[in-house]
Design a protein around this ligand. Structure first.
Ligand SMILES: Nc1ncnc2c1ncn2[C@@H]1O[C@H](COP(=O)(O)OP(=O)(O)OP(=O)(O)O)[C@@H](O)[C@H]1O
Ligand SMILES: [Mg+2]
Length: 468
């Protein structure tokens, strides 16, 4: 790899001297003014800038400030005519990597540049590893639509600051978890761990000890050795709080304290612990409404959502539907040893027009099912099982109306009414689960049941009566 260096110095002898001494090793561009240097930098950013402080026109400190703003990845070494402590200090404060003092000794210059470029090389290597890791860990991540492209660009920007909390909002199945990991692997924290906590899955009275850990004997049932919490596991990395809208008010208060001063106590301990991690959280709940109802703390909302990322629903980014469908088609084909290569025009139309309540997850399930039951090599409309579904434009019609309009078929020998009724119910549970992509809360909502009733009735509907 040949590094490129941009030199800005108003002394011609220095420009020539550096070009002669370093020209064989690096690509050197030299300019007499900051204005020219910045223009060239914008055109093609170098790996390193050697920047004189005392320049005619814009001075070196001002130029440094601009470079740091527009090209934070470019290293800058300041050149100063004399060891003016104040100027050097302010240069370092503005983010200069190092400085050298005139008269320039070529040996010293080579060493300083060599060190700087070594760190550039390391950074590039890390970025390469990061990219490769992303490729391996987010295979088939599809973001074709302008809407999702915008989100990804925004994420790439905000991921750079390693501490800023980020709140991801979006309907169920829009890819919040994938986006959270994308943030981690694009951030400086990528060398640290990515720890996922599903706040909805931890029993309410264990949230605190799971998150913050506990001291031995902290409560009955606490292990004899004590335990570190998930927050400690995420030190120097990313803590992903999934379904954060499901945290109890009590847990919210503890989390708030941690976010405010990066300090916490293990349950049952008086020893203050402190660490650095980035908190990314996600929810498909309407936090605004929860705050109005007093179910979610306003102060915590603002702490978690210093940066808020809203993932558009699949219906709001239809440009992603077909690329996603094709990706899933190929993935499931190879997984199930099938030979699907395409999707029929009618099926494509149906996919594009369908109203996706379960978003990407629902689409993924539809394609998976199609690949399992369909006839190769082309996925047809029938294989999707979307017929009779509410489309994007149309209004959903309750299926019961259609059933009620037809007379029920009762054969002369009679039927098992209970069993018929159970099968009838079961179809509704299956359909709601299919639409929600398997998400029970969402399915319950579709059927107008609360989660508890949903579970209870679903279990009954799925359990055939014992015969005998
Ligand atoms: N852009 C995408 N490209 C490829 N696959 C995706 C994309 N977005 C989501 N998926 C897939 O869709 C499924 C749902 O995504 P994910 O679990 O991230 O959604 P979520 O927003 O966290 O949903 P929930 O709110 O229900 O937890 C996953 O299998 C995921 O791999
Ligand atoms: Mg999720």
């Amino acid at each position: 790899m040949r590094f490129s260096i941009l030199l800005v110095d108003d002394e011609e002898s220095i420009r020539d001297g550096v070009a002669i001494a370093l020209g064989p090793l690096y690509d050197i561009r030299a300019f007499g003014t900051a204005e020219e240097g910045l223009a060239s930098l914008d055109e093609k950013p170098p790996d390193l800038v050697l920047l004189d402080i005392g320049l005619p026109g814009m001075n070196g400190i001002e130029a440094l400030r601009r470079i740091r703003e527009t090209h934070p990845e470019v290293l800058v070494i300041m050149i100063t005519a004399y060891e003016d402590v104040h100027t050097v200090v302010s240069a370092m404060k503005f983010g200069a990597y190092d400085y050298i003092i005139k008269p320039i000794l070529m040996d010293g210059l080579e060493t300083t540049i060599g060190n700087a470029l070594e760190s550039v090389r390391l950074r590039k290597e890390v970025r390469l590893l990061q990219e490769r890791y992303l490729q391996d860990n987010l295979p088939g991540f599809v973001a074709q639509s302008d809407e999702l492209q915008d989100v990804m660009k925004f994420i790439a920007q905000v991921a750079k600051s390693p501490d800023t909390p980020i709140l991801i909002l979006g309907e169920t199945g829009t890819g919040k978890e994938l986006i959270a990991s994308a943030i981690h692997y694009r951030s400086p924290n990528c060398k640290g761990p990515f720890v996922t906590v599903n706040c909805a899955a931890i029993p309410k009275d264990l949230v605190e000890s799971e998150l913050f850990g506990y001291e031995k004997g902290a409560f009955s049932g606490a292990g004899p050795a004590g335990k570190r919490g998930l927050i400690e596991d995420a030190a120097e990395g990313t803590l992903f709080l999934d379904e954060v809208g499901d945290l109890s008010l009590e847990a919210q208060a503890k989390l708030l304290r941690f976010l405010e001063n990066a300090e916490f106590y293990r349950v049952g301990s008086t020893k203050k612990l402190s660490l650095r991690t980035r908190v990314v959280s996600a929810t498909n709940k309407d936090l605004q409404q929860m705050m109005e109802q007093g179910l979610f703390r306003r102060d915590l909302y603002f702490r978690l959502g210093v940066i808020t990322v809203k993932i558009p629903s699949l219906n709001e980014r239809r440009g992603d539907i077909l690329p996603l469908a094709h990706t899933f088609l190929l993935n499931f084909s190879s997984k199930f040893g099938k030979k699907f290569t395409s999707i029929s025009p009618e099926a494509r139309d149906a996919l594009t027009e369908h109203r996706w309540t379960g978003n990407v997850r629902e689409l993924k399930n539809v394609i998976e099912q199609g690949v399992l039951v369909g006839k190769e090599p082309e996925l047809s409309l029938d294989d999707l099982g979307l017929a009779g579904q509410a489309s994007a434009g149309g209004k959903a019609r309750s299926g019961v109306d259609a059933v009620l309009r037809a007379r029920p078929a009762i054969p002369p020998e009679g039927i098992d009414f209970e069993e018929e009724e159970r099968k009838f119910r079961k179809r509704y549970f299956e359909e709601a689960l299919r639409m929600s992509g398997g998400n029970e809360s969402q399915a319950a909502r579709l059927l107008g049941l609360n989660h508890h009733t949903f579970r209870f009735r679903k279990k009954k509907a799925f359990t055939p009566p014992k015969r005998g």
